[in-house]
Ligand binder design. Structure first.
Ligand code: PEP
Length: 251
């Protein structure tokens, strides 16, 4: 399976800054990288149009960081899947731990968003992962299994192949602490087992599971060489063109 690297710019970069950053990223990538790796940029909503204007003739794809689960209507401050598609998005990150932590998103809400994203023809990048407390108390495998099961409730076998999962231990996000390649790979295997329980082995084997949590150009190679890590969701390092390009080159 081809790997995928997505940059989550979070609440960083104005419209103009995003234009420049995406130009720098594109300039550092060649056909060689795209043969082995899909690349997705997820800027803030306000930068989708400018980033799209830069990448639209390239192999780089556009993603958003969130969406609402309704078609349209009285939801002040929200953005619909249809708006994202019209802005050039192919992907949307859903259930990021910062959305869960700061905006109280639950697995149930994330499940509604995933279903809507799929029906809008967006590819959801679904984030799951345990907190430090959950890891230390030994319940982390159960927690992640439950997140996968609840987030994917009522998703059909036909639709499941269109999704991506990002395993992002909360204790590794933006902290500089990375899961060891072995820790990450073993959780990816657990997630694949959870997917197999829900959808069968064959379908489960086709789903790309990304790792996220303080990935940088120093640790990417080892992480991506693990048997069940098919790329990464990159936060901080995706804002530095050189680092992000090197991460992609290390897939
Ligand atoms: C993320 O936000 O998805 C992430 C993994 O962040 P960072 O790479 O900064 O840890």
């Amino acid at each position: 399976m081809k790997k995928l690297v997505a940059g989550n710019w979070k609440m960083n970069k104005t419209n103009g800054e995003s234009y420049l950053l995406s130009r720098e990223i594109i300039a550092g990538l060649t056909e060689k990288e795209f043969l082995k790796c899909d690349v997705v940029l997820c800027p803030p909503f306000t930068s989708l149009a400018s980033v799209h204007s830069v990448i639209k003739e390239s192999e780089v794809r556009l993603g958003a960081q969130n969406m609402h689960y309704k078609e349209d209507g009285a939801f002040t401050g929200e953005i619909s899947g249809r708006m994202l598609v019209a802005s050039g998005c192919d992907y949307v990150i859903l259930g990021h731990s910062e959305r869960r932590q700061f905006f109280y998103e639950t697995d149930h809400l994330i499940n509604l968003k995933i279903k809507k994203a799929i029906s809008d023809k967006l590819i959801p990048i679904i984030c799951v992962g345990e907190t430090l407390e959950q890891r230390e108390s030994g319940v982390y495998e159960k927690v992640v299994d439950e997140q996968v099961t609840l987030c994917l409730k009522e998703i059909t076998k036909d639709d499941i192949e269109k999704i991506l999962i990002a395993y992002e231990p909360v204790w590794a996000i933006g902290t500089g602490k990375t899961a060891t390649p072995e820790q990450a790979n073993s959780m990816h295997k657990k997630i694949r087992e959870a997917l197999a329980n829900l959808f069968g082995e064959e379908i489960s084997s086709k789903i790309r599971i990304l790792y996220g949590g303080s990935v940088n150009d120093k640790n990417a190679k080892e992480l991506f060489s693990q048997s069940d890590i098919y790329g990464g969701l990159i936060g901080g390092a995706s804002l530095k063109p050189e680092s992000f390009i090197n991460i992609i080159k290390n897939t």
